[in-house]
Design a protein around this ligand. Structure first.
Ligand code: NOJ
Length: 556
């Protein structure tokens, strides 16, 4: 297997709005981030991925960009960015930018021009269609609810938006659009950034023929993401991007690819396909979805999760590269979602999930606050929620089609909504968790007095110290990065057991996903008798049996 720096790296994701506020306006910013770089160096991560820092009207918290070459005022200036880049590099930390080029904000100068007239030079930068029988061109439904088409009175046509109305889809068919994007990417690379995380990149190539899809969203539309995913020219576009930009630098590139299969991933992130380094797949985070999509309390069934993770581990082996994640700014906190965030189990549980993920093959991503075991937020009212997606789904299911009661929906939002990940980082036990001296834009989780970074950085038994150790082990043991993966006991509903192998070396990873104390199967006990040592474990004392949420890694 070819060795690469980005295969050996651990990435830390910062959601800038919620990381650290330096000026008391309740919004995180670049000077705040700079002040915490030593914390990240101490953790040992090699790369930071920044959710969008660009100028944006913030309809979708920066994923609606109005200027790709300017910094959002609330975050600071371009000088602050340059200083942050320099300070990060000084500490050996690389910087990966979010790249949101499926769509722009409707406030981007290209769109402002585009909507002016049918013959405007920017008209063809976006996707415009005539009405069909006086209605939307197709029945496609936007990811955040309603139609994916928005009527514009000025010209009597509809434009496509797969996300919010204010996020208009760019027309990748247009060569000039591609050139503008590639020029902008080169501009950032010239500045010295180290990579891109590419937002919904699997959705940029639209179908050849625009026709109705099967109706399947809660409000009677057809989910557009399923229709546009892995479109006819997506690989051609990425190969162009690779040639014009990516191949010229030594970058980490990761595509966010909803709807991706392992077969498709081998094209996006194949070692010889000249597109990206790796993709974020969604199958494992969709494991607890049902006919309501993610908006359900359906529990996770461990054999299903293991089957998905293992498929990705083995099918990409030697052909493409995995990204590894439980959390990000779109996912609820995993310990609240599939684990146990009670006082009794939160710590061991957080360490168990970390062990399971960090012992797999691929590049691990740590989402801010994960390293201290932050949890979901106890939302009870919809006005506590900022996220455009949760607000839309509340309106659809509670107000419009009455699928759920207010109480049911709030329970689901507290379990699955994106704001669970977006509450401010909990730095210490002072007011607002030390995030801001002003009023935070989104409430701080009330558990900040117990869960905060300050209480953990110097405690050798903390979750933070455990992550530190996992990250260090990855640097010390090649087998963790490059070893092959084999799943044991696929049907076991409590234990996730797998091995990693590199040459003569072998690791055995045992994780208990349940609250029960479990007897190990005899053949596993026999393997353990032969062990050469323990690499890491989340309980200190020995035990015959595997305790609730126990994780242990043996060297065989
Ligand atoms: C995926 C991003 O991760 C999410 O936060 C955003 O809302 C959509 N793409 C639209 O850009």
């Amino acid at each position: 297997m070819q060795k690469k720096w980005w295969k050996e790296a651990v990435v830390y994701q910062i959601y800038p709005k919620s990381f650290m506020d330096s000026n008391g306006d309740g919004i995180g910013d670049l000077p705040g981030i700079i002040s915490k770089l030593d914390y990240l160096k101490d953790l040992g991560i090699n790369v930071i991925w920044f959710s969008p820092l660009y100028k944006s009207p913030n309809k979708d918290n920066g994923y609606d960009i109005s200027d790709y070459q300017a910094i959002q005022e609330a975050f600071g200036t371009m000088e602050d960015f340059d200083r942050m880049l320099e300070e990060a590099h000084k500490r050996g930390i690389k910087v990966v930018m979010d790249l949101v080029v499926n769509h722009t904000s409707d406030q981007h100068k290209w769109f402002i021009e585009s909507r002016k007239s049918k013959d405007n030079p920017y008209r063809d930068y976006y996707i415009w269609r005539d009405p069909k029988d006086g209605k939307e061109p197709t029945n496609w439904g936007a990811c955040f609810g309603g139609s994916a088409w928005q009527y514009d009175e000025t010209t009597g046509q509809y434009y496509l938006h797969q996300f919010a109305i204010e996020q208009a889809d760019l027309n990748w068919e247009n060569e000039t659009v591609r050139k503008e994007i590639f020029d902008m990417m080169n501009w950032w690379c010239q500045k010295g950034i180290d990579g891109f995380r590419m937002d919904v990149i699997s959705l940029i190539s639209k179908p050849d023929v625009y026709e109705d899809g099967p109706i399947n969203t809660g409000d009677g539309y057809s989910g557009v993401g399923a229709i546009t995913a892995n479109g006819p020219r997506v690989h051609e576009y990425l190969k162009m991007m690779n040639k014009e930009v990516l191949s010229k630098y030594d970058l980490l590139t990761v595509g966010e690819t909803s709807g991706v299969t392992t077969e498709e991933a081998k094209k996006y992130a194949g070692s010889d396909t000249n597109e990206l380094n790796m993709v974020f797949q969604f199958e494992h985070v969709d494991v607890d979805a049902d006919e309501h999509g993610k908006w359900t309390m359906k529990p996770m069934h461990l054999p299903d999760l293991k089957a998905i993770m293992s498929k990705w581990q083995t099918e990409l082996e030697g052909k493409a590269w995995n990204s590894l994640y439980w959390n990000n700014h779109d996912q609820p906190r995993v310990i609240s979602r599939w684990g146990n965030d009670s006082e009794e189990y939160r710590e061991v549980c957080a360490k168990m999930f970390a062990t399971c993920l960090h012992m797999m093959q691929g590049t691990p991503y740590v989402y801010q606050g994960e390293e201290i075991g932050m949890t979901n937020f106890p939302f009870t009212e919809i006005d506590q929620v900022d996220d455009v997606e949760s607000v839309h789904i509340y309106d659809t299911y509670v107000k419009e089609n009455k699928e759920y009661t207010h109480e049911q929906m709030m329970k689901i939002i507290s379990k699955k909504g994106r704001d669970n990940a977006r509450t401010p980082m909990q730095w210490d036990d002072s007011e607002n968790g030390g995030f801001s001296t002003g009023t935070p834009w989104l409430a701080v989780n009330p558990n900040y007095t117990v869960i905060n970074a300050k209480s953990q950085v110097n405690d050798p038994n903390s979750i933070f110290s455990y992550y530190k150790k996992l990250i260090r082990l990855r640097k010390e043991h090649e087998i963790i990065v490059y070893g092959t993966y084999d799943l044991l006991y696929p049907e076991d509903e409590k234990l996730y057991v797998f091995t990693r192998t590199l040459g003569e070396e072998k690791l055995l990873v045992i994780c208990n996903f349940s609250e029960e104390t479990v007897e190990l199967p005899e053949d596993l006990k026999a393997m353990i008798v032969e062990q050469k040592g323990i690499l890491i474990r989340n309980y200190s004392e020995e035990s015959e049996k595997i305790r609730p949420y126990e994780a242990i890694v043996y060297q065989l």
